[in-house]
Design a protein around this ligand. Structure first.
Ligand code: PMP
Length: 420
């Protein structure tokens, strides 16, 4: 396969041409949000300029066109993860998708709708020690509401999940196993097929956070066999305010709605309502139509470049980053496990310099990184720190970006008088 030409792709992302603090921007914060190619901006603008209307049930021509574009977008985004259109529920993002699942199961537990996933007190929900807060707190809340018990698969010192412990933890009482495909702090591709197999052996529902994998790896969710998965449009070259919830057809069918209201019903009386089948059952209210159309353009862009090529390019950048960072005194990489598959991101601690100071220093050189706990406070505590610096690459980052970043990191500790 031809190699990805990042220098050429950059022309599709006008923002990458800006100067920051007198330096050409080096954008290494794509794990927080990706930049958007003109194809995505154009798709949303074209829709708003030529076809804007509320979808479904409109008698007029524009409503029909908008509905077609919206449903075509669903088919495109579903296809991107190997799924059929009716397996893709629009959400406002991954956080919304995970809350939707947790609240739906809470509603099942209350006897509202199908009960296949109803929880009993003492049932166990298993997550991992490396989750983003979005895949942790909804489960804490669900456990608190239902009397279920929350358990965690631990992480080893090298950032890998402890699968031996997982095999002990996932058992008879496990009803849900929720895990991330790729940690937004560690960048390691987790052994999700093994986790799914452990969960399936006990009939537990599997929920995967694909935020940090969907933009970077080829995904075929039906083949992977996960029951439910979520991703965020804005992290995969798409607009804000839209995301996807993928579900196995029988699983979506057996989940009650979370939000209720317009667009998700068949018949309504003053006292009760009948609900549409999925995906509409989970799409109450006016949907993010323009953003959904923009997200379809984003996944077409990713597919056009090729996910295999993107993954190869980004992991080569990550390898170069790690090789250089390991040699810089006082830099400690988080999750520096040997022999694991990774995406293009690294988080690190700088001995004697607070992550926020390091980030400001890099910004003064035009280099955009993220600092803090990256919404994974328990993971940072596990590594004995409260914050780290994270550099995350995407398809539009060049080797030159990485070299500039490495040179700048070399300067951090000397600048702050923390050693050389
Ligand atoms: N999970 C992971 C792994 C993430 O990186 C993020 C975003 N930082 C989220 C969930 C939440 O995504 P959003 O804020 O778009 O809902």
């Amino acid at each position: 396969a031809p190699r990805l030409d990042a220098a050429r792709l950059r022309a599709d992302f006008p923002i990458l041409g800006v100067d920051v603090n007198g330096h050409p921007l080096v954008y290494l914060d794509s794990a927080a949000t990706s930049q958007k190619p003109t194809a995505v901006l154009d798709a949303e603008r074209d829709f708003l300029t030529h076809a804007n209307a509320a979808v479904h049930r409109g008698a007029h021509t524009l409503a029909g066109e908008a509905t077609d574009l919206f449903e075509d977008a669903r088919a495109t985004v579903a296809g991107f993860v190997g799924a059929a259109p009716e397996q893709l529920v629009w959400t406002s993002g991954a956080t919304m998708g995970l809350n939707l699942i947790a609240y739906s199961i809470g509603n099942a537990t209350l006897g509202r709708g199908p009960s296949r996933f109803a929880l009993q007190p003492g049932d166990e929900i298993v997550t991992t020690a490396i989750e983003h807060h979005a895949n942790l707190i909804p489960w804490q809340e669900l456990a608190a509401r239902t009397g279920a018990v929350l358990r965690h698969i631990p992480v080893r010192d090298d950032g890998t999940l402890d699968l031996e412990a997982a095999a002990e933890i996932i058992g008879e009482r496990t009803r849900i196993v929720a895990f991330t495909h790729v940690s937004n702090v560690l960048g390691i591709v987790n052994p999700v097929a093994e986790i799914i197999a452990l969960a399936q052996a006990h009939g537990a529902l599997t929920v995967m956070d694909a935020c940090q994998s969907a933009p970077h790896l080829p995904l075929d969710l039906p083949t992977l066999g996960v029951d439910l998965a979520v991703f965020s449009g804005h992290k995969m070259l798409g607009p804000y305010g839209v995301g996807g919830l993928y579900g196995r057809a029988d699983v979506l069918e057996a989940l009650p709605p979370f939000l209720t209201g317009g667009s998700m019903i068949t018949t309504v009386s003053l006292d009760s309502a009948e609900y549409l089948p999925p995906p509409q059952r989970f799409e109450a209210g006016t949907q993010p139509i323009g953003p959904a159309i923009g997200l379809a353009a984003a996944v077409q862009y990713l597919d056009g470049v090729g996910l295999e090529q993107i993954h190869a390019h980004e992991s080569a950048l990550a390898d170069r980053m790690a090789d250089a960072l390991r040699d810089i005194p006082g830099i400690r990489l988080l999750g520096d496990a040997a022999g694991v598959e990774r995406v293009g991101l690294w988080s690190f601690d700088v001995d004697g310099v607070h992550a926020h100071d390091a980030g400001q220093y890099l910004d003064s050189l035009g280099i955009a990184v993220r600092v803090g706990h990256h919404c994974a406070a328990p993971l940072h505590r596990r590594f004995g720190i409260t914050a780290s610096v994270r550099a995350s690459a995407a398809l539009y980052n060049t080797e030159d970006d990485i070299e500039q970043f490495i040179d700048a990191v070399r300067g951090i500790r000397p600048y702050f008088g923390a050693g050389s």
